[in-house]
Ligand binder design. Structure first.
Ligand code: UFG
Length: 340
């Protein structure tokens, strides 16, 4: 059985945590990253946590000849593709940057996999494909909504590119994992999220506010039709999310897929409001956060959370970490980054 995996974007937030869990599960990992939204400190963190130095090649996945060298050098049978941009607002302002990076990278990898006879592809998709869903929780059969940003569009297009590619190539298998809202950090506080500039996402904004890097958290809207009037999301611990990748890779490596292309929701199944998350962070870490209510943010959906039955039954995976522990880990990581 080939236990080597290429992790494209393995120095990033989800990629680094997944690399740790793959190594812990006995996989031999090759990381490719161009550090466009990460740095080498995560590779050092991976080494400290696992005691293993992952093989590393600095390359841009959109550079096909650079990627060809990776395929020439290593005989991995499986690839996880994390190497994509992910800021919704930036994608609206700079669509071609997103279409180029996110799609060209993925097509390059798929072409090289077909050429070199590599079989298993795991793609990082997102709950963003469901948009403002009419029925909650969303299942994998819930219809995708037209994307409202170029970022979201690259996720939908990449899902389709993967589906069509593996259906046309009987030697290939593809799984798309639709992540809900990944948060937290490794409990060692050696790896975590390193947003550049002002964070777009809620938890990094909260931890930076608690650390005094930001003055005040803005809660975007308290006039939503939800129990406490703030938006509902499904916040999934980053280590739980990383483990989902391991079981999905196992499924392909062990030949247990039921169809050439499969999709799984990766969330907790539990909706949490913005106010609940803020209070949860305060209680878990015994501190008070400076926050105020602000206008709604354009493009936010009211509520989205996962039906996780399929991942539970087919992957044998479910989220395990308690939200309180996740929020403690998020704060421990921020403190480690700031030297607090
Ligand atoms: N929020 C605030 N203040 C902030 C940041 C966020 O109140 O400073 C609120 C948002 O309005 C939203 C919730 O916190 O209600 C979560 O916002 P995030 O930006 O953390 O996450 P999103 O749900 O908007 O987006 C995430 C991923 C996207 C993905 C999307 C899919 O970041 O990549 O989920 O649903 F597309």
């Amino acid at each position: 059985m080939n236990k080597m995996v290429l992790v494209a974007g393995g120095a990033g937030y989800i990629g680094s945590h997944t690399t740790v869990e793959l190594i812990n599960a006995g996989y031999d990992v090759v990381v490719v990253d161009n550090f466009s939204n990460s740095d080498a400190s995560s590779l050092e963190g991976i080494r400290k946590i696992t005691g293993v130095e992952p093989k590393f090649i600095e390359a841009d996945c959109a550079d096909k000849e650079a990627m060809r060298k990776v395929f020439e050098a290593y005989d991995f049978q499986s690839v996880i593709h994390f190497a994509a941009y992910k800021a919704v607002g930036e994608s609206v302002a700079e669509p071609l940057k997103y279409y180029h990076n996110n799609l060209v990278s993925f097509v390059n990898i798929l072409e090289l996999m077909a050429e070199y006879g590599r079989s298993n592809v795991l793609f990082s998709s997102s709950a963003t494909v469901y948009g403002d869903a009419e029925e909650l929780p969303v299942t994998e059969r819930t219809e995708r909504k037209p994307a409202t940003s170029p970022y979201g569009n690259t996720k939908q297009m990449s899902e389709d590119i993967l589906r069509d590619t593996v259906r046309a190539n009987s030697a290939m298998h593809g799984i798309a994992l639709r992540y809900f809202n990944p948060i937290g950090a490794h409990p060692s506080a050696l790896i975590g999220e390193l947003p550049r500039g002002v964070p777009n996402n809620l938890v990094p904004y909260i931890t930076q506010t608690a650390a005094g890097v930001r003055e005040c958290l803005s809660i975007f809207g308290d006039d939503y039709p939800t129990p406490d009037d703030s938006c509902l999301r499904d916040y999934i611990d980053i280590v739980d999310l990383a483990r989902a990748h391991v079981v999905a890779i196992n499924r392909m490596v062990e030949g247990r897929t039921k169809e050439s292309y499969e999709v799984f929701n990766i969330g907790t199944g539990r909706p949490v409001s913005v106010f609940e998350l803020v209070r949860g962070f305060e209680n878990a870490n015994n501190l008070k956060l400076n926050y105020r209510v602000a206008e709604r943010r354009a493009g936010d959906v009211t509520a989205v959370w996962a039906d996780t039955t399929l991942a539970n039954e087919e992957l044998g995976w479910c989220a395990e970490r308690r939200l309180e522990d996740t929020l403690k880990a998020a704060w421990a990581w921020e403190k480690a980054v700031r030297g607090l």
